[in-house]
Design a protein around this ligand. Structure first.
Ligand code: NAD
Ligand code: DAU
Length: 356
């Protein structure tokens, strides 16, 4: 093996933040394997050290390409961020979610297993496959329920979360049956720089600045547990370094927020950092729209295993992380213009016209 890692989905939101952080804090080479769907953007990796990273544009389900890539680079770890990730898109078109998150993940596991079996025994022991998953596999919580722990049963409710749950089960089985040294992380909602503006926080920032309505689904009382993306990335690095093989790790921000409160906080930050020309508050743009079908009411993560076993804690509060995020979007209009392609406009029309 070499001092190299393969990061699938490394041109997306969390994957690219991870690669940038890895290149800053860790040694060795990084091979990004990414299909470059609408959510994958090579510009996200613009600040990466080009001498130490390479972008390979391919599907994780392309067996011959992935086999050859692993044989060529001989990585010590494969980290799987690649997925279709947006719940609303999974409701409009679940097929892509089954294809990538289930079928292609199965193919990736088979490529990785064949590569792992080709290694000498000492290297087999050192190798890791880290699968990045979500808290949505646990379903929804009532207001007084305990937060999701690693022992919580799976109960996914959307096509997206069902497809992620299926991939988690495959990863678990590849460890249990074949001995593949796997690690799985289940994280709560991320936010921060490079977040594609189909998701709540970047959508609200950009719609507000463009004078558009701020579409809050249903009553806006749904709760999510928000974590700054760089804290998620440090958590993944800790799990890769010291996590127990075959275990799962819940990563979260201890930061439950109602959607309407998130939107109001974004509006207040924009009022301060980039006030409306007419002097009015951005919150006047809030518009309640038809709810997401099957909308999960509350997510919350119990991250005590991460804290107690691995000494991990988030370093940003929601106040500091959200301020950094809003400042990043204000400072990067070229990135915003670049991702808002024709395909993005088509999506916005499809998702929001039906809700009005
Ligand atoms: P994203 O949609 O921003 O990025 C996904 C990346 O995967 C893109 O670069 C895309 O091009 C690539 N990709 C998609 N299909 C592929 C395929 N078949 N082969 C190769 N590459 C492919 O997603 P994200 O928000 O960065 O999420 C990354 C991972 O983290 C996902 O597995 C997601 O389920 C998980 N996750 C996300 C969050 C969150 O809040 N965003 C929270 C917890 C877990
Ligand atoms: O919990 C982790 C998950 O968080 C990840 O696994 C997913 O990949 C990621 O997309 C995210 O899923 P959510 O559905 O929670 O995120 P989203 O940003 O789409 O929505 C957050 C909340 O805001 C949710 O309750 C729906 C609501 N919402 C979203 C949009 C896009 C709105 O009210 N209006 C909107 O326009």
């Amino acid at each position: 093996m070499t001092d190299c890692i393969v990061v699938t989905g490394g041109a997306g939101f969390i994957g690219s933040n991870f690669v940038l952080q890895w290149l800053q804090h860790e040694g060795g080479r990084v091979i990004v394997l990414d299909k470059l769907t609408y959510a994958g953007n090579p510009a996200n990796l613009g600040a990466a050290d080009t001498g130490r990273y390479e972008l390979v544009c391919a599907d994780i389900g392309n067996r011959s390409v992935v086999d050859a890539l692993l044989a060529q680079h001989k990585p010590r770890a494969v980290l799987n961020f690649a997925a279709e990730s947006h719940v609303d898109r999974s409701i409009h078109g679940p097929g892509e979610f089954i294809q990538t998150n289930v079928v292609a993940t199965f193919s990736l596991l088979e490529s990785v297993r064949a590569y792992w079996l080709s290694l000498p025994e000492s290297e087999q022991q050192a190798f890791r496959f880290l699968h990045v998953s979500t808290d949505e596999v646990f379903g929804t919580l009532g207001p007084d329920d305990a937060a999701f722990s690693e022992a919580t049963s799976y109960a996914p409710n959307s096509p997206y979360s069902a497809s992620k749950a299926a991939s988690d089960h495959l990863v678990r089985a590849w460890h249990h049956t074949y001995g593949l040294p796997v690690l799985t992380t289940n994280c709560s909602n991320n936010y921060g720089p490079l977040h594609f503006p189909e998701k709540l926080i970047p959508l609200m920032i950009l719609n507000a600045l463009e004078g558009k309505p701020l579409p809050v689904y249903g009553d806006g009382q749904q709760v999510r547990d928000w974590l700054y993306v760089e804290d998620h990335c440090t958590g993944i690095r800790r799990v890769l370094e010291s996590g127990r093989v075959g275990e799962t790790y819940n990563i979260g921000g201890c930061n439950e927020q109602k959607n309407i409160d998130v939107v109001l906080t974004v509006c207040a930050l924009l009022d301060e950092l980039s006030p409306r020309a007419d002097g009015k508050a951005y919150s006047e743009q809030i518009s309640y729209v038809k709810d997401r079908p099957g909308h999960d009411r509350r997510y919350a993560i119990d991250a005590s295993r991460m804290q107690n076993e691995l000494g991990w804690r988030p370093s940003e509060t929601f106040a500091t992380g959200l301020r950094k995020t809003v400042q990043w979007y204000l400072a990067n209009p070229e990135w915003v213009a670049n991702v808002k392609s024709g395909a993005y406009r088509d999506w916005v029309e499809k998702n929001y016209t039906e809700r009005c």
